[in-house]
Design a protein around this ligand. Sequence first.
Ligand code: PHE
Length: 378
Amino acid sequence: VASSALELGGIKIAKDDVVKDDPTNNVPDTIFSKMGMQLHRRNNHPLGILKNGIYEYFDTNYPNLFDKFDDLCPIVSVKQNFDDVLVPADHVSRSYNDTYYVDAKTVLRCHTSAHQAELLRRGHTHFLVTGDVYRRDSIDSTHYPVFHQMEGVCVFTPDNWQASSLDPTAYAAEDLKKSLEGLARHLFGAVEMRWIDAYFPFTNPSYELEIYFKEKWMEVLGCGVMEQEILKCNGRSDSVAWAFGLGLERLAMVLFDIPDIRLFWTNDERFTSQFSEGQMGVKFKPFSKYPPCYKDISFWINESFTENNLCEVVRGIAGDLVEEVVLIDNFTNKKGLTSHCYRIAYRSMERSLTDEEINNLQWNVREQVQEKLNVVLR
Ligand code: PHE
C-alpha cells in the first residue's frame, strides 16, 4: 500500500500532489509507492555500492573537484526535464505514452539531465547527479518504470584549452573520452572499448561508450560535448563542457550478475544479505528460481492502443509478480481490425504462486484491459 506522503530532499510530498484524477496526470499508485525509496542511497544495496564505486573513481582522479548530488527531487518541471536541455517540442520522449506527467507542466524526471541547467546556473562546474528516473515502458527482465541514473558534467574555461593545440570542442571531446575510458576500466577492468556516434539533443558531438564484456558489445553510457546553447543560457558563455549519463541498473546487473531488474526492489534477505558496502562486483548467487506461469490475452485494438498503456494496467494489478509481457501474435483482418495477442509471464522472485492467485490476477487483467483500454477481448 502506498503511503500517503513521503519526504524527498527535505520536502514532504503528499500522494494527492502526485497521483491525481485528472486527464493531465498519468502517474499510477504503483509509481508513487516507489518514490522516496532511494535505493541509490543505501550503501549496502548494489545500486548504492555502484554509485560509491563511481564516486571513488572521480575522487581518486580529480580530488575534491566533483560536487555530488543524490537527493534532488524527482518531480521537476517540463522546462527542466525537456526545454532546458533542448529536447525538441515534437520529441517522442515528451509524450504521455513515454513520460509520467503530474500535470501539464510537471513531470517525474525521465533522466538526470533535468538538473544540468539549474546546477550550472547555481555555479557548479563539476558535478555528479544520481537519482531515480521514471519512464513508461514495456515489461521484461531489463525494463522497469523506475530506474536510476548518474549524470556527470565537467566545465572547462578558456585557459584549459588554450594551453593545448585543440579547439574547445575537440579539447572537451578528448578529455571526455579519456575520463570515461578510465571510468569503464575502473568498473570493468581491462576490457576492449569502442566509441559509437550517437545523438542526444543536449550534446554535440554525441557518443556511446561500449565495452566488450562476456562475449558481446555492451553500451555503458551516453555522453558528448554539451550544446553551447545550454552553457550560454546558464551563465557560462565562455566555457565548453562535457556531460555523460549512465543507467545504474544496467551496469549493476552485469557487474553483480543480477538476472532480473525487479530484484533491486525486493526486501527478501536472500537478496539483500548478499551485498555489503564497498563490495563492488560480488556475484549474486540466485536462490531457487520459482516456475513462471504464462497466460495469453487477445483483443482487437483501437487507434489509441499502446503497449506501454497495456503494461501499466498489468503492472497496476500484478505489480512485481509480472516478469514479462510479449506480443506473440498480430494480424489485421479483411475488415481492417487488428488483433494483438500478448503472453504474460507471471513469476515471483520470492515464492511460488498458486493457480488460484494467478487466475485471479489474469481475471482482473482481462477486466481492466477491456475497461481502461477500450479494446474488445476475443
Ligand atoms: N540523458 C541521456 C539519457 O537518458 C544520457 C546522456 C546524458 C547523454 C548526458 C549525453 C549526455 O539517455
